[in-house]
Ligand binder design. Structure first.
Ligand SMILES: Cc1cc2nc3c(=O)[nH]c(=O)nc-3n(C[C@H](O)[C@H](O)[C@H](O)COP(=O)(O)OP(=O)(O)OC[C@H]3O[C@@H](n4cnc5c(N)ncnc54)[C@H](O)[C@@H]3O)c2cc1C
Length: 314
């Protein structure tokens, strides 16, 4: 039986792995990939000690740091469940070949992050990767000189519109809020709202609910309902950037308490409601989703797990 299984190999998972390795635990890291959302973070300028790097570079450094301690990472594995047996936990995963694998462990750290929420608009699924993207940082440069629409009303949508304004010819930004509600972006930072409003090639649609994305093989347009008038309107666009929030990757674990949105609830020591299971990073109910915070929580979770293992009675 492992002392610890860490699920996730990005900021939170790598930080936990480095601490576990330095304490000589018998442990394993299981992850779909080693980059996580860090690798999708584009330019990173708030990781302390490094003035500027990219998400891809930073995620490689996290992996290299863990590997320098000979951490075993099962990459390409999808964790599907965690069950309980005789006071310990069993992690169930599918490996790259689709084969079931099980890992019994005294403790588990869940560091699985979040994934983007989809619009569920007609045509969205068929045009995913064909003009519909959930990561402007990753795919925005493909739309140089074209017309794009960003859907969303938080910071992520505002940042997407700002980035696309420097790449595309024309950018539509569709907020579900009315202009009277804090300039249409009640959850957005004022500085970002001001910057977007100052751009000549960004047009903001307020009270706009996207109903359909159209295109024959590639995105050609977007239809939205103007909630003020109930009128359906159409925009000719080449790309649609969807930034309407995120869903925690926590569906595979039942025994922990979660918020209605699926965030795993933790205490100050990264303990969940399930004895021996800890959680760290974006998948938790900590409201700030940032790399430094995820890494810090990974450290807390590892130290708390070590304390738990030290008191383990066979
Ligand atoms: C476009 C964008 C820009 C950003 N810019 C910044 C920035 O500039 N600065 C900053 O601090 N933060 C930024 N962030 C936020 C930052 O990316 C996250 O806070 C950080 O990635 C959280 O790390 P994490 O380890 O919790 O999760 P993640 O990085 O998402 O890693 C999750 C890990 O879990 C694995 N995993 C998930 N589900 C499973 C499963 N079922 N089975 C096995 N493995 C699984 C994944 O493969 C991955 O290894 C940005 C995010 C985005 C999307």
């Amino acid at each position: 039986m492992y002392d610890l299984v860490i699920i996730g190999a990005s900021a939170a998972g790598s930080a936990a792995a480095i601490y576990a390795a330095r304490r000589n635990l018998n442990f394993l890291v299981i992850a779909k990939d080693t980059g996580g959302e860090v690798a999708l973070s584009g330019e990173v300028e708030n990781w302390p000690g490094v003035i500027h790097t990219t998400g891809i570079e930073l995620s490689k450094q996290f992996t290299n740091h863990a590997k320098a301690y000979n951490v075993k990472i099962e990459e390409g594995y999808d964790v599907l469940g965690i069950t309980q047996a005789d006071g310990h936990h069993v992690v169930h995963a599918k490996d790259i070949l689709g084969k079931d694998q099980t890992y019994p462990a005294k403790t588990v750290i869940i560091a699985t992050g979040i994934h983007p929420r989809e619009l569920n608009a007609e045509g969205e699924a068929a045009l995913k990767g064909r003009g519909v993207t959930y990561c402007t940082v990753c795919d925005g440069p493909l739309f140089k000189g074209k017309t794009t629409a960003t859907v969303g009303s938080g910071n992520s949508a505002l940042e997407s519109a700002l980035m696309m304004a420097g790449i595309a010819k024309k950018v539509y930004l569709l907020s579900k809020y009315a202009k009277e509600e804090k300039n249409g972006f009640p959850k957005g930072e004022d500085i970002l709202v001001q910057k977007v409003n100052a751009l000549a090639n960004v047009e903001i649609m307020y009270r706009a609910s996207t109903t359909k994305i159209t295109g024959n093989g590639l995105v050609q347009g977007l239809t939205y309902r103007d909630d003020a008038t109930q009128e359906e309107k159409h925009l000719a666009v080449d790309g649609v950037m969807v930034h309407i929030g995120a869903i925690p990757n926590s569906q595979f674990v039942d025994c922990v308490k979660k918020t209605p949105g699926g965030d795993i609830e933790i205490d100050l020591l990264c303990k969940t409601s399930c004895l021996g299971i800890f959680a760290a990073g974006d998948v938790t109910n900590i409201p700030y989703k940032q790399i430094a915070i995820a890494a810090g929580q990974g450290v807390v979770a590892a130290l708390t797990a070590i304390d738990y293992i030290n008191k383990w009675k066979e």
